[in-house]
Design a protein around this ligand. Structure first.
Ligand code: AMP
Ligand code: GLY
Length: 420
């Protein structure tokens, strides 16, 4: 069969890699993809947000399954467009994707379905929001309602930064229409955990647990990023917690969405805070996490394509999922300055030598020029390994990274070590 993967990051390179192991798959396309995928997939120069052109491409090439990496095409209704054309696609419809694309919808949905999350208020006008701040306890968390590329969340310890955040979202309109409404919610403390499941609308099969390291600097300091590294399993995972998450969060979410006529197919990613009173939902995503996916796919023994087909066809239950008991890790190698300003177009050396240590290297922001890879983004490479224990996996990864060089290389040196 022919499979099309949409997206261009490390997550999508890992998806292409895993899909290439499926006996069913003859040809893989990645759209727009990145240079690092070229050995496994043909890259197609169409933007991931251009859903009509993507559907035209899939129709013309007779693609048997399309897999969507990022949330944007999902929130734009790519699954609906494919469904109208009878093309098979893995992911939720636009209506179901609202659980990520509108934080207000997600919060109200949780409240209605008694899914544990922090207390919140929603606001349409900046003055009302500022008025509310006068009688509230700090810290508070202020969030833009819509998609903001992971940048629309502000943790504020006092009234001044809180007002500044409201101004930047609602008055300066930093996130455009995504900031027309905001949420102010209670700050939760605890440990964060990523919990992902795959659903066919009725059933939910959990993927193995993972934890990502969101902050830019060692010791979890500095601003949030898309993710600087990940490990699987999460150090927090234990059977009781797992049962609680399935019972109080995942099953009511899938069931609640179905009852609202927003049946959820695809990957549901619950970003959780494990508080002293139990797990609470911080947010939902309607896609796989990046870089968590890289660590999870290294541990997946089953055929990913069969699982994705089961989700789109509504027949997930028939498919057993097998996992490797080993531990996996991923370190994201970036351009210094990320997540703010950084330079690109630096020649990358040492990739082959690094790979010879038995790690998997998934590309994110790279471009092939004059037969050498150069940097082209903030998150450049994902160096990943699977081993009998975390210490070995991380050692293998950091040994491999020590061979990789480019001008403004930066990565965290403590992935797998610190407790968040
Ligand atoms: P979100 O995009 O909603 O997951 O928020 C991004 C990050 O902000 C999360 O991964 C947390 O680190 C933090 N965060 C979001 N909501 C809260 C909250 N209610 N309490 C504490 N931290 C939060
Ligand atoms: N690593 C966090 C995310 O994918 O949202």
């Amino acid at each position: 069969m022919k499979v099309l993967v949409i997206g261009s990051g490390g997550r999508e390179h890992a998806l292409v890699w895993k899909i290439s192991h499926s006996k069913k798959v003859k040809e893989i396309f990645a759209l727009p993809g990145n240079s690092g995928m070229n050995e496994l997939a043909k890259t197609i120069d169409i933007k991931a947000s251009n859903i009509i052109e993507i559907a035209d491409f899939a129709q013309e090439k007779k693609i048997n399954l399309t897999v969507v990496g990022p949330e944007l095409p999902l929130s734009l209704g790519i699954v609906d467009e494919f469904n109208r054309r009878n093309l098979k696609i893995f992911g939720p419809t636009q209506k179901a994707a609202m659980i990520e694309s509108s934080k207000i919808f997600a919060k109200e949905f949780m409240k209605k379905n008694k899914i544990p999350t922090s207390d919140f208020q929603t606001f349409n006008y900046p003055n009302d929001a500022k008025e509310f701040l006068k009688n509230t306890q700090f810290p508070v968390v202020i969030k833009a309602d819509g998609l903001a590329g992971g940048k629309g969340v502000f943790i504020c310890n006092s009234i001044e930064p809180a007002e500044a955040s409201i101004n930047s979202i609602m008055i300066e309109k930093k996130f455009g229409k995504s900031g027309e409404q905001i949420i102010i919610e209670e700050y939760l403390s605890g440990q964060e955990m990523s919990f992902m499941i795959i659903s066919d609308g009725k059933r939910a099969i959990p993927l193995v647990s993972s934890m990502d390291y969101k902050k830019i600097f060692d010791g979890d300091k500095g601003p949030n990023t898309g993710g600087m590294g990940a490990i699987s399993p999460s150090p927090l995972s234990d059977k009781n917690l797992y049962t609680t998450i399935m019972k109080t969060i995942i099953i009511p979410t899938i069931e609640g969405m179905r009852l609202e006529g927003k049946e959820f197919r695809g990957v549901l990613y619950a970003g959780l805070m494990i508080t002293s009173e139990g797990p609470r939902v911080l947010e939902y995503n309607v896609r796989l996490g990046d870089p968590e996916t890289q660590t999870i796919l290294l541990r997946l023994k089953s055929d990913l394509v069969e699982l994705m087909e089961g989700s789109t066809d509504g027949s997930l239950f028939d498919i057993p999922v097998r996992w490797d008991d080993k531990v996996s890790g991923c370190v994201v190698v970036t351009s210094k300055g990320y997540p703010s300003k950084f330079e690109t177009d630096k020649k990358i050396d040492g990739l082959e030598r690094a790979k010879s240590l038995g790690v998997e290297i998934f590309h994110a922001g790279t471009i092939l020029k004059d037969r050498s890879y150069h940097t082209s983004g903030g998150r450049v490479l994902n160096v990943c390994a699977l081993s009998n224990n975390l210490k070995d996996a991380m050692k293998k990864i950091y040994d491999a990274i020590s061979f990789i060089g480019y001008d403004n290389i930066y990565y965290r040196t403590d992935i797998g070590k610190v407790k968040k």
